[in-house]
Design a protein around this ligand. Structure first.
Ligand SMILES: [Zn+2]
Length: 735
């Protein structure tokens, strides 16, 4: 959900308020607001202007707010509140102004202060509901319901609930709430807009609802902005952009919608117009975080290095473009080929992948998007993701993330962006481990705790777990559940059923309809069967969890005290209880350390191999494993291990690239060796002469005389007396 939508919902909200007279603005204010809601702009302007000449600061505040003079409105509200400490209304209205002007923290405080003065102030409760809703906080539903308990006539609260239900992909509930709002107020425009959204998302005509809105207010842009925000939330970015344009045709100064238009144009890679739209917002005083940060990001992007070919456009920060490009290009083209084959489809033109070394820049890309701090995000054929350098070493597997995002690119296209969130996420998680069993994420303790409490959601409600989580980490658990659902369908009915589901969602069919058609069962029956399987599959893990916890603690204590015999004796038992635990203080790395201290290299190798197999990602541990493998004469093993580091953290250090380059030279894989020595150079090593010489000999061996000559000359320019380089130069000249 986006800021634009909330601002849209605010406009008519007050007018729909019912009986709680204590918190209602006086008649002269309501008159102006009604004129505005009905699209009588010039009458409304006059009305608000008259208020600015009123005797009391509160009325002047309402007048200034109506005229979009927010600073004056803010000052007048402050004066009004100072004069009337007991007024809940002034605080609630001031809070609503601040909410509209991007200050949810102070807005929430004002609503709470209003409730201290008037515990039954339904408008203040609704204000808190809106603030929560902006943050995709599940408290929104609770506050809206509390407001309704106090004031059952509060149509705006039903509108908000309708909107929240729609965010959860629950159109039936949304329609019910919208109807409740309309029963209380036949002019509830946003309730009509929600009905329009329901029709649009089901690919039916919404004309009837738009006409009803127009008959009340022919220039009601916020209704289209609300629809646009739902299209964006459903990843229909192109359609969302078109809908924001409609909103702006009717209401050119609806800055929240213009800002969202700019942000979504940026998501689609249309940076030029994005900049224009956002600049216009900025110059007109609409400077919320999303607008300001997006403008800043557009500036950053100008300095990115771009690499293009027929199917890919890759953008990196200049400082790491040379290093990352070859690896990213490989993984990206492999993903495109795999999905093209699987789905028998081609994309429309190249995929653009943007790789951000600064997580804050990437975060701007996900603004207004629900869920966890993601690693990657897909907008049609544009993917934005963290660079491995933007996270702690080993924190994520960038190749797996890219493979995940590329699944979205294909599924969005295959379903014309109609796919429900749970399925596109579940399938993307499933695809990570399809690419390699060592990709994807291992089951975390949080998930085990959720499994123990049987917190999995029915498949038909799973979207809710992504959008409005009700407990910490529910988003993570929902990714896990979505992934396991796809695993289960594939293992029980075959891959074709997953493809059939894709086809169903393209029609579009709802989740229950799609399950019925493809699997021939009711969604409830599927839940029963799937959950029995997943709880059974994880039963031992869940049962042993407390025991594992205790034993791991004991192991850590023994390890810290360097009681290696004890670690060697007990680590395997700890691992057996929870083999996927590869996170902080895991038993694999402790076992490896103890084994090495005791000179038991084969034990260390087997411990670290187990760690990697279960998706352990600490690059230093992988480097250590490669060294042990090489010392044991297992060169292919060492090469494979070092290549895995490149898919996790190619930025980690120069040594692993050099080590891998040397091994690849030994095995006469000169092309691959050349890439590794190139990576060493791109990381600006201390010994640049050696690095250039290494690259020269790889190029020479690979038969690229020009590259060899350039590199050997570069080496000699740094170190003219470097003997091996001199020898190579002679050899090259002799050719
Ligand atoms: Zn995803």
């Amino acid at each position: 959900m986006t800021i634009a939508l909330r601002a849209a919902l605010l406009l008519g909200a007050l007018l729909l308020a019912g009986a709680s007279a204590a918190a209602m603005p006086p008649a002269e204010v309501r008159q102006c607001l009604t004129q505005r809601l009905h699209g009588q702009q010039s009458a409304a302007q006059k009305c608000f202007a008259a208020l600015t000449r009123a005797a009391t600061p509160y009325l002047r505040a309402e007048g200034a707010w109506g005229l979009a003079d927010y600073d004056t409105a803010n000052t007048e509200f402050r004066a009004a509140v100072a004069r009337s400490d007991g007024s809940a209304l002034y605080r609630t209205r001031w809070g609503e102004l601040l909410h509209e002007r991007f200050n949810d923290g102070d807005a929430a405080d004002l609503f709470k202060e209003a409730l201290q003065r008037e515990p039954k102030d339904a408008q203040a409760m609704l204000g808190l509901a809106r603030v929560s809703a902006d943050g995709f906080d599940n408290e929104a539903v609770n506050w809206a319901q509390r407001a309704l308990a106090v004031d059952p006539q509060l149509a705006a609260a039903h509108e908000l609930l309708a909107n929240l239900a729609m965010e959860d992909n629950q159109p039936e509930l949304a329609a019910k709430e919208a109807d409740r709002a309309l029963a209380l107020d036949a002019q509830a425009l946003d309730a009509m807009a929600i009905h329009a959204v329901i029709e649009i998302l089901a690919d039916r005509s919404a004309d009837e609802w738009w006409s009803r809105i127009h008959s009340i207010n022919p220039s009601y842009g916020p209704g289209y902005a609300l629809a646009a925000s739902h299209l964006v939330l459903n990843r229909r970015y192109q359609d969302g952009v078109a809908m924001y344009r409609k909103a702006l045709q009717l209401s050119p100064d609806l800055w929240s919608a213009r800002s969202e238009l700019g942000i979504n144009l940026m998501r689609l890679g249309q940076d030029e117009e994005a900049r224009q739209q956002l600049t216009q917002c900025y110059q007109n005083g609409y400077r919320n975080d999303a607008t300001v940060n997006s403008l800043r990001l557009l500036d950053t992007l100008k300095d990115f290095a771009t690499f293009s070919d027929a199917t890919t456009i890759l953008k990196f920060s200049h400082k790491e473009s040379e290093l990352l490009y070859p690896y990213f290009h490989d993984v990206l083209t492999q993903a495109i080929e795999a999905y093209q084959t699987k789905y028998h489809m081609q994309l429309d033109g190249p995929v653009q992948v943007e790789v951000y070394p600064d997580h804050e820049d990437f975060a701007v890309r996900t603004l207004g998007m629900p869920g966890l701090g993601a690693l990657g995000v897909t907008f049609g054929q544009v993917v934005a993701m963290d660079s491995p350098s933007g996270r702690k070493p080993g924190e994520f597997h960038w190749a797996s993330t890219l493979r995940h995002e590329m699944s979205h690119v294909f599924i969005l296209k295959a379903t014309r962006h109609r796919v429900p969130r749970w399925f596109t996420e579940g399938l993307a998680v499933h695809e990570e481990t399809e690419a390699s069993p060592e990709w994807g994420d291992s089951i975390t303790p949080d998930i085990i705790v959720a499994l123990r409490k049987h917190l999995l959601l029915p498949v038909a409600d799973l979207d809710r777990g992504f959008i409005h989580p009700t407990y910490e980490n529910q988003v993570l658990v929902s990714y896990f559940e979505g992934g396991r659902i796809c695993d289960y369908i594939q293992s029980h009915w075959g891959q074709q059923k997953l493809l059939d589901l894709v086809q169903q969602f393209a029609i579009p069919r709802s989740t229950p309809e799609a399950i019925r058609t493809v699997l021939g069962m009711e969604p409830e029956a599927f839940d029963k069967q799937f959950q029995a399987w997943v709880y059974q599959d994880t039963a031992a893990l869940v049962a042993g969890f407390d025991d594992w916890h205790k034993q791991l603690e004991a192991l850590v204590t023994a390890s810290r005290a360097k009681h290696y015999e004890e670690v060697l004796a007990h680590a395997d038992a700890v691992i057996a209880l929870y083999p996927d635990y590869v996170y902080d203080g895991n038993a694999y790395q402790q076992l490896a350390e103890a084994a090495q201290a005791q000179g038991k290299a084969p034990v260390a190798i087997s411990a670290l191999s187990g760690y990697v197999q279960h998706r352990g990602r600490d690059p230093a541990a992988l480097e250590q494993l490669a060294k042990l493998q090489q010392d044991a004469g297992d060169k292919p093993g060492a090469i494979a291990t070092l290549q895995k580091i490149n898919l996790i953290d190619p930025v980690f250090d120069t040594d692993s690239h050099r080590h891998l380059g040397d091994l690849l030279m030994d095995t006469r894989d000169f092309g691959a060796a050349r890439r590794e020595f190139g990576a060493v150079l791109a990381l600006h090593p201390l010994d640049k002469a050696q690095a250039n010489y290494d690259l020269a000999r790889a190029c020479h061996a690979a038969g690229d005389a020009k590259c060899a000559m350039d590199a050997v000359l570069a080496a000699l320019e740094i170190a003219p007396d470097f003997r091996p380089a001199q020898k190579l130069l002679l050899e090259l000249n002799g050719q």
